[in-house]
Ligand binder design. Structure first.
Ligand SMILES: Nc1ncnc2c1ncn2[C@@H]1O[C@H](COP(=O)(O)OP(=O)(O)OP(=O)(O)O)[C@@H](O)[C@H]1O
Length: 257
């Protein structure tokens, strides 16, 4: 992997949903192999931005390029995984059957190795034969994550994967994300829990559809002079628009690959 290579680039991205302008002229680059945290209050546009990166959102203007191709390009289908907020699994199938079903669609026959690997990666070997309807919330989320890992994606987009989980489970999921990124996968993880910023290599803070901060976690604390991510975030989101920290960082100079 080229150091600082760009996995995703959005330029002048503007999105309107219904009569509401949700994203305003967003410029963003995402570094390959990094964990980028997409943080912001409820309704700030995180899901809409993720949908735009995935190519499933109608955009009003601007461009989004993923791994050098337009977002949503058919060639990206296996290279980009998406885990939605609500686990997308069948309750009447077991963990293994759920994963096998998606493996059949994505990889065709002979996907047994990939199924076993996905189950092991998310640590659900003991639950493999259990009906999804009987799983805990955290286990159900991990089944969803396993299905997204099946094609060994180069980019993984996770929409609030830790919401509603206890601190122990949250920590173990973040460990897992770190392992996945260490294999070279680019992760974009949204959250409105600011402390989760600490697990990320890069941060994108959204407020009312605009980027109010873009740099690494320690730069966020340095920029605000505060010691907690919660306080730093609050300081930024309550600041008048236009008076804040520079919204983009030096990442933005790198070339697409
Ligand atoms: N289909 C839609 N039609 C009109 N407005 C929409 C639609 N979907 C989302 N919105 C609005 O767009 C804004 C951004 O929504 P989005 O789901 O992207 O925010 P979010 O940051 O992901 O929020 P949360 O953390 O609550 O999931 C919100 O004001 C929402 O009400």
């Amino acid at each position: 992997m080229t150091k600082n290579a760009v996995a995703i680039r959005a330029e002048r991205l503007t999105v309107t949903r219904g009569s509401h302008r949700v994203l305003h002229d967003i410029d963003l680059t995402v570094t390959r192999g990094a964990i980028t945290g997409l943080l912001g209050p409820s309704g700030s546009g995180k899901t809409t931005l993720m949908r735009s990166l995935l190519g499933v959102q109608i955009i009003e203007s601007g461009t989004v390029t993923v791994l050098g191709k337009p977002a949503g390009d058919p060639a990206l289908r296996r290279r980009v995984g998406y885990v939605t907020q609500a686990p997308s699994i069948y309750p009447d199938l077991t963990v293994r059957e759920n994963i096998a079903y998606f493996a059949r669609i994505l990889l065709g026959r002979g996907a047994r190795g990939a199924i076993d690997e996905a189950i092991a990666t998310v640590g659900l070997e003991a639950q493999a034969g259990q009906l999804a309807a009987t799983l805990s919330g955290g286990q159900a989320s991990r089944v969803s994550l396993a299905t997204a890992l099946l094609g060994a994606p180069d980019v993984l987009v996770l929409d609030e994967p830790t919401v509603g989980l206890d601190p122990v489970l949250r920590a173990s999921l973040w460990d897992l994300f770190t392992q996945i990124a260490a294999r070279g996968c680019t992760l974009i993880v949204s959250s409105h829990v600011m402390d989760e910023a600490a697990h990320c290599d890069d941060l994108v803070l959204l407020r009312q559809g605009k980027i109010v901060f873009r740099d690494n976690p320690s730069a966020l604390l340095a920029a605000t002079g505060l010691t907690s991510y919660d306080d730093a975030f609050l300081a930024l989101v309550t600041r008048e628009p236009g008076s804040g920290t520079r919204p983009t960082s030096s990442h933005d100079k790198d070339t697409d690959r």
